[in-house]
Each structure stands twice: as C-alpha cells, then as structure tokens.
Ligand binder design. Structure first.
Ligand SMILES: Nc1ncnc2c1ncn2[C@@H]1O[C@H](COP(=O)(O)OP(=O)(O)OP(=O)(O)O)[C@@H](O)[C@H]1O
Ligand SMILES: [Mg+2]
Length: 269
C-alpha cells in the first residue's frame, strides 16, 4: 500500500506508544533531548535522521536496554519505563537490532525457539511436575516457528546455522524472532540496510501483511524510497531533538529537513 492511501491515519488513531520528555545523556553528549512522540495504533511510522541523531538510542531507551535520565514511556496505556527488556518484550513491544544479533552457531529454527516467551522448561523446578505442559508448550512453539519461517521465506534455511545466512536473511531472521512473541508493535532498526533490492521488497511486503493483521510499526531507515512510499507518517530526529513530524509530502517540502538531512549526499528521496 502506498503512503497516499494511508496519509492522515496518525491524526485520528489511538496511540499505542506514547513517549514524553525523554532525555538521555552520555556524559556531555545529549543523545535524546526532551523527545515527545506518540505512535498511532495500526500505523507504520518512519523515524529518520542523520547518523548519530539518537534514533537507536530512542529504541534502546524505550525497550529498557538503556535507562533514560528523564521522561515517561507508555505502551498500551501502561507506564513501562524502568521495565527490563524482557518484560517490555512480554508486554508486546518488540524491537530488532541495527546489527542483527542472532545466536550464530544455532540453527535458524533454534533461534526462533529461543525467542518464544514464557518457557516453562527454563524454570529449575518445572521438569518435576510440569513435563506434559512443557512438551505441549514446546510443540505449540515449534508449530508457530515453522509458520513464521514459512511466512518469512526462511523455511528453506531452517536447519542452517544463523551465521551462514546472508545479510538480508539475517534481517528477516530478526523479524522472524520477534514475531514469536506475537507483538502488538515492532520497532525495526534499519531493516533494509545492506539488504539487496529483492529481499528489501520482500521485507516491505511482509511489513504490510503484518500491519494489515494489526501490528504497529516504527521503522528507523536511511532508505528514503522505503520511508517515503511506505510510511504513514515520518518523524525526523537531529541532535537528539525532533525536527519534523508529518507526512512524506510535507517531509519533501520541509526546508529544515532538506538542510539537515535529506539534502545530504547519499540520502536520495
Ligand atoms: N552507549 C553509549 N555510550 C556513549 N555514547 C553513545 C552510546 N550510544 C549512543 N551513543 C552516542 O549517542 C549518539 C546517538 O547515537 P545513536 O546510535 O542513537 O544514533 P543513530 O541516530 O541511531 O545513528 P545511525 O544512523 O548512525 O545508526 C551518538 O553520538 C552516539 O555516539
Ligand atoms: Mg542507529
């Protein structure tokens, strides 16, 4: 679906993620400077900005990998700041990493199985009296993993070690892993970076399919073609501050955005 059909959803949509006054300093560097942002339920929002703008730090802070200095974060109407990354994940908010982080020696299938939430078998007392329940849960997770592998076209490489996948397949594996938690919202950090055009196209199709099934997306990307054509709304960060929030059409007309980012070499619209 093109953005022209989707523009405007952000103004009426209920927000799934709501960030207020988020500030993060690394010593003297202010990586996030009083950032406030809401993401509409069911939207595909693009987060853009130059290298070092604070985009990944925003993700890290939202999911609990990095502790903010100030600010509040609500997901599905519930405050989540101070939660561990695992707890945020179990709330239905999942993220992928800019540099894929699979378990490289494990198979693609095992990488998915390890990403399944609430594994009863991990509890030290569980095997004594929960064996049947554990087996049932594992077989449900296995079926779910196979469905996700087929959906992401990784079924052909399910039994390969993750280290043997191409860069693009590793990006798909990142997406596949987070799908194991049946998330309400997925934050993708540069899903198309280093990915060939046909896999990028596949990834875009999968994002739209998942979005139609109700999953909200917040996507960091430098690939302006992807952002401008496929995001309902675009938010731009520079030096830790939001400098633009609007549609693709407005983004291309924004002088501040052109000066600070879109006009730079290598960032084509
Ligand atoms: N853990 C950290 N310790 C110190 N400085 C950090 C840390 N994480 C990020 N930074 C700094 O914070 C700033 C924002 O970094 P961040 O990774 O969020 O940028 P980005 O917008 O994701 O950039 P890119 O497009 O290159 O991925 C940068 O100056 C970076 O060097
Ligand atoms: Mg980054």
């Amino acid at each position: 679906m093109q953005n022209s059909e989707r523009v405007g959803t952000q103004s009426t949509a209920e927000s799934v993620l709501s960030i207020r006054g988020l500030t993060k300093r690394f010593d003297a560097l202010v990586a996030l400077d009083d950032v406030s942002l809401t993401v509409g339920r069911g939207s595909i929002t693009g987060l853009i900005g130059p290298n070092g703008a604070g985009k990944s730090t925003l993700f890290n802070t939202v999911v609990g990998d990095v502790k903010p200095d100030l600010g509040s974060i609500e997901f599905n109407g519930k405050p989540i700041q101070g939660y561990t990354p695992d707890k945020v994940f179990r709330c239905g908010l999942a993220r992928t990493f800019q540099i894929p982080q699979p378990f490289p020696e494990m198979t693609v299938l095992d990488n998915l199985m390890l990403s399944a939430p609430s594994q009863l078998g991990e509890k030290f007392w569980a095997p004594w009296f929960l064996q049947r329940k554990i087996q049932r849960q594992e077989s449900i997770h296995l079926q779910q993993a196979h469905e996700i592998l087929e959906f992401t076209t990784l079924d052909k490489v399910a039994h390969l070690a993750a280290a043997h996948l191409s860069g693009g397949q590793q990006k798909l594996l990142e997406l596949a892993r987070v799908l194991m938690s049946k998330p309400d919202m997925i934050m993708l950090d540069e899903p198309a970076a280093g990915v060939n055009p046909s896999l990028t196209q596949l990834l875009i199709e999968k994002i739209h399919q998942l979005n139609r099934s109700g999953i909200t997306f917040l996507i960091i990307e430098h690939n302006m073609d992807l952002v401008m054509k496929h995001c309902d709304r675009i938010v731009a960060l520079a030096n830790g501050r939001i400098i633009f929030d609007g549609t693709a059409v407005d983004a291309q007309a924004s002088e501040e955005l052109l000066d600070s980012y879109l006009g730079q070499p290598g960032v084509g619209i």
